[in-house]
Every structure is written in structure tokens, then in C-alpha cells.
Design a binder for this molecule. Structure first.
Ligand code: MG
Ligand code: ZN
Length: 549
């Protein structure tokens, strides 16, 4: 790990030299002071877009859909991601945590947020267990405005790592308190349950009070174990509150807390479907991001904004290829809006990257549904037919993935909410919502359990006596009952030409796209670690860095 730290500092020294040489007439002494203490700001605003779980494979899915799907909604246009990669700088970053091979989202987001190697599953804490300042805190010190937007919930690991410091990502009540008191100017996401007092669950009158407050936008619950009312605390702290799309559009202030769901927000399939509904309550990721930009840009000192497309990770954990495609498109639509907003400006850096890859997703060639022979027009085959030995995957698969009507999560919600829990009932729900049909045998296999060989009664996810019967690499399916979704993914996989290697994360390096002024994006034109990306962003804003770390 020494190497990592040395390399990070190497990156910074380069950056400081560039900073210093770009400012006119600095004498040696001043340059020295700057090089060890404070960087010259090189850019006014930074927008960091994190596709959670968005490895190169997920980018490939989006790109192939856009370019190759016969009915692609892109209709020949490039993706926003591709445009930004073309116009900006394209690099790669390693994602692993210190001393291990892989990473979780809290640790990885902390790498990005602090530029420091972080403790696994902790939030805003380094490998020594020390609290480290995040780029949000640094930006605020510099007089900038700050914002966090996520399509998951505001207390979830990724946004949390930018504005809280806790021992574990699961401490979401504490995270909510810290985020609020950290004075992040704009926070838009789900997660209301961590802001409401415990008595919401037991006392109808209390519940009614909050239901009225949120204008019955959605159902409420509380995950808190105390009576704190963080909404009242937010109001006292100068926040305007919004609980649905309409209220959000009516807000005027610079300090905004928008909570649009009791837990996670809609997945991208449900979000897209909801767009036809004029009365829909949840804002889209694009809408939340646009409002955040508009508020933050009022500050003459500039801003830092993190936008998370967080359900790419959730779809990939579920091995749900159709939803994964929709999540990638949702991310890309957000990029398109940002790209348009930043056109013609020379003061904004946009970084698009991921915290890690999820699922070990891939299209792959198989020995099933072998291709028919075809006659090629060229002369080489000289009367012979062209017949590849394997099925390399039809581009029509891309359209069929896009046509999936419910995410796997919603398919199982519908199944368990219904009265009939038979394999036939599951088969019928699945086949009503996807053209990759499953058989009754598939449905039986999906619903089959086996004794849990990894049982640990003290563990939050591994305590069940029985678990869904995943037969391949079974140790990597760690979320109990949720692994049924992975079994559904397997039932569809052959027809989709899709393979999945895990229900968790893989180590693969992730793409980094940097778009903005050339002298700024140049710093990302190399192979970095995500903590380097964090350090460079902090330095570019003009933040103070502690080189002893
Ligand atoms: Mg996340
Ligand atoms: Zn994940």
C-alpha cells in the first residue's frame, strides 16, 4: 500500500506543479508553500457522476444497445457517455480497498470523497479508523455550495460517504443526522424512514401528521429507534422540504432537502413507465439533478455536486439484465442533461466514473441456438456457406432486454404480494413481463431452497436456515432470500446470451471520463486508483491536502 500512497502523491505533485506554473509570476517561496499546503483552484465547479456498479461491461451494454439494437431509442445518435468520452479524457481507475482484492460501495465512495484509502464498509473513515474530510466538507470550507443527488436513498452508502463519518454503512439513522448537520445545501433522494421519529409506527396520530406533511405522496414508516424528528431539525436548520415532484418544483431556496420515498426510489423501468403519468409523484434522476444544478449554480464561488445512478448496482446484484440496461440509460440521460447544461462553459469539470463493477456481467457466445448458414456476397467463400460454430448473440436481444416490463425486484414483490405462491404463478408473472420466457421447471428451481451452508446466526444476511438453491459459485450469493432473483437471471441467461459471475462485486478497473477544460481533464489521462481521483478533484477545487496521509 505504500506504493499506492507514493503514487497518489506523485499525481498530486504533478498537479501542483501544473497549478503553480499556470499562475503568473509566483516566486519560488510562494510556489513551495502552495505545493505543500494549498493548491491553486483550477476549476470553479465539479460534478461527479457515480454509476454504482458501472464497470466496463455495463458501459458496453449501454453502448451496444445504443449502436446495435434494431429499435434503439438512440436512433443512431451516440450516447451522452460516448460524446463526453470523445470530447474529454478517458482513463481507468482501480477500485480495490487497501490490503484486499475487492471493495464495497461505502469504502469506495469514501476513496472518491476523501482521496484517502478507506476502511471497508465504513463511511468517511480512513484505514486507520480516523475521520477524514470529504470533498463536500472541503468545498464548503472554500465557500462553495454542495449537493448530493441519488436515485437510491440519501442515507445509502454512496451519498453517505460524502457527508458523514461512521463505523458502518448500515448506521443510516446516524448518517441522516450527520448529513443534515453537515450543511450539505441540496440533498435529493429517498430515505424518509431515517428522518421520522419511531412513534410513526405505533401511533396513528403521529403517522397522520407526517402523512399530511408529505401530502400523502407515498407510504411512511420509521427505521429510527428514537423520537428525533429530523424534518423539524432540517427546517430549523434553514432547509426547504419537498416530498414529491410538484413540491420540489415549487421550492425556491438554496438549501433543499427532498425525500421522495420512504426507502429506495423507483427503479429505472418503473421510472420510465411513470413518465406517462402527469400526476406522478417521484421526480426522475434527471429532474432532481437539474434542480440541484440550478440551486447550486447561484453561488458565485461555485459548487461541488455528486450525482449517483445507484441502482445500476442493485440491478446487477440481482443479475437482472433488462433492468440493468434501463439503469444505464437513466444514467446516460442524466449525462445528456449535464452535458447540455455545461456546454459553452469553461468553469466546470464533469467526472463520470463508478465505484466498482457489480455482477460480473457479460454477453457471451454459447453452443445453444446455433446460427443458420448464410451466403456471403464476397469471393473468399467461393460457393461455400458461412456458418460460425457458435451462437454469438443476436442484436435483437438488446431490444428484448429493453422491453422488459418489470424489474426482478418488482416481479418478486408482485409474486409475494399475491395470494398464489406456486411455481405456476411465478411463471405467469415472469412471462407476462419479459419475452425471455421461463418454464415451469425453471420456476420450480427458482423457488427451491436448500440448507444454508454459510449460516451464521449473528450475521445480518447469513442467518437464515435455508437459502435459495444457487448452484454455481454459491458462496458469492450472500443476500439470502434475494438470491431468488439471481436464479431468475440464470433461467433467462441462455436465451439472453448473458453470463453473470457473482451476486456481489468484482475487482475490474472502472472507466473514468473527465469532461471540461483541457488543462483540468488532462490530470485524468492515466491509470489511477479511485482515491487518486478523489485527491485530484480536491486539489482542483483548491482544497488543502494533508500529504502525510
Ligand atoms: Mg450506491
Ligand atoms: Zn453493490
Amino acid at each position: 500500500m505504500k506504493l499506492m500512497i507514493c503514487r497518489s502523491i506523485g499525481v498530486l505533485v504533478t498537479l501542483f506543479i501544473l497549478s503553480c506554473s499556470s499562475s503568473a509570476a509566483v516566486d519560488d517561496e510562494q510556489a513551495h508553500t502552495e505545493a505543500t499546503d494549498r493548491a491553486t483552484p483550477e476549476v470553479r465547479n465539479i460534478i461527479l457522476v457515480i454509476g454504482d456498479g458501472m464497470g466496463p461491461q455495463q458501459i458496453g451494454l449501454l453502448q451496444q444497445y445504443a449502436r446495435q439494437a434494431p429499435n434503439s431509442i438512440y436512433e443512431g445518435r451516440p450516447t451522452a457517455w460516448e460524446m463526453m468520452a470523445d470530447q474529454g479524457v478517458f482513463g481507468m481507475a482501480a477500485t480495490e480497498a487497501q490490503g484486499v482484492l475487492t471493495v464495497d460501495s461505502a469504502c469506495s465512495a469514501t476513496h472518491l470523497a476523501t482521496g484517502t484509502m478507506a476502511a471497508l464498509e465504513a463511511v468517511g473513515v480512513d484505514v486507520r479508523g480516523e475521520r477524514v474530510p470529504t470533498i463536500v466538507e472541503v468545498a464548503r470550507e472554500l465557500g462553495k455550495s454542495t449537493g448530493l443527488v441519488s436515485d437510491t436513498r440519501i442515507t445509502h452508502a454512496t451519498p453517505a460517504a460524502f457527508a458523514a463519518h461512521t463505523t458502518h454503512r448500515s448506521r443510516e439513522n446516524e448518517i441522516a443526522e450527520q448529513m443534515l448537520h453537515n450543511q450539505v445545501d441540496v440533498m435529493l433522494s429517498g430515505g424518509l424512514r431515517h428522518f421520522l421519529p419511531r412513534s410513526v409506527a405505533a401511533d396513528d396520530e403521529v403517522a397522520q401528521h407526517y402523512l399530511e406533511m408529505i401530502d400523502h405522496a407515498y407510504s411512511i414508516s420509521s427505521s429510527r429507534d428514537d423520537e428525533r424528528d429530523l424534518l423539524a431539525e432540517a427546517r430549523d436548520g434553514g432547509y426547504e422540504l419537498a416530498f414529491d415532484r410538484h413540491q420540489l418544483s415549487q421550492t425556491e431556496g438554496d438549501r433543499l432537502l427532498g425525500l421522495f420515498s420512504h426507502s429506495g426510489m423507483l427503479d429505472a423501468i418503473a421510472e420510465r413507465r411513470s413518465r406517462d403519468d402527469v400526476d406522478r409523484r417521484e421526480p426522475t434522476l434527471v429532474e432532481m439533478s437539474r434542480i440541484a444544478l440550478e440551486r447550486l449554480d447561484r453561488n458565485e464561488e461555485g459548487f461541488f455536486l455528486m450525482i449517483e445512478a445507484g441502482q445500476i448496482d442493485w440491478a446487477a446484484h440481482n443479475n437482472d439484465a433488462g433492468t440493468l440496461l434501463h439503469e444505464m440509460i437513466r444514467m446516460d440521460e442524466t449525462l445528456a442533461m449535464l452535458h447540455q447544461w455545461a456546454q459553452g462553459r469553461n468553469d466546470t469539470l464533469i467526472i463520470v466514473t463508478a465505484d466498482h463493477e457489480t455482477g460480473g456481467f457479460g454477453f457471451s457466445y454459447s453452443g445453444v441456438n446455433l446460427p443458420e448458414p448464410v451466403q456471403l456476397p464476397g469471393s473468399v467463400f467461393d460457393g461455400q456457406v458461412h456458418r460460425p460454430d457458435y451462437n454469438f448473440g443476436s442484436v435483437h436481444i438488446l431490444d428484448r432486454l429493453f422491453e422488459q416490463k418489470l424489474s426482478f425486484s418488482d416481479i418478486f414483490r408482485k409474486f409475494y404480494d399475491g395470494g398464489d405462491h406456486s411455481p405456476a404463478a411465478l411463471q405467469s408473472i415472469v412471462n407476462d413481463h419479459s419475452s425471455f420466457e421461463i418454464t415451469l421447471d425453471d420456476a420450480e428451481a427458482i423457488l427451491r431452497d436448500r440448507p444454508n451452508p454459510y449460516r451464521d446466526q449473528t450475521h445480518p444476511y447469513l442467518k437464515a436456515e435455508t437459502i435459495p438453491d444457487v448452484q454455481d459459485f454459491s458462496a458469492f450469493y450472500v443476500y439470502g432470500e434475494e438470491s431468488r432473483r439471481n436464479l431468475l437471471g440464470r433461467a433467462m441467461a441462455t436465451e439472453q446470451n448473458v453470463v453473470w459471475s457473482t451476486g456481489t462485486h468484482t475487482h475490474t478497473p472502472v472507466p473514468v471520463v473527465a469532461w471540461g477544460p483541457d488543462h483540468v481533464t488532462a490530470h485524468f489521462d492515466r491509470y489511477l486508483h479511485l482515491s487518486d481521483v478523489g485527491q485530484i478533484m480536491i486539489a482542483l477545487l483548491g482544497g488543502t491536502l494533508d500529504l502525510d496521509r
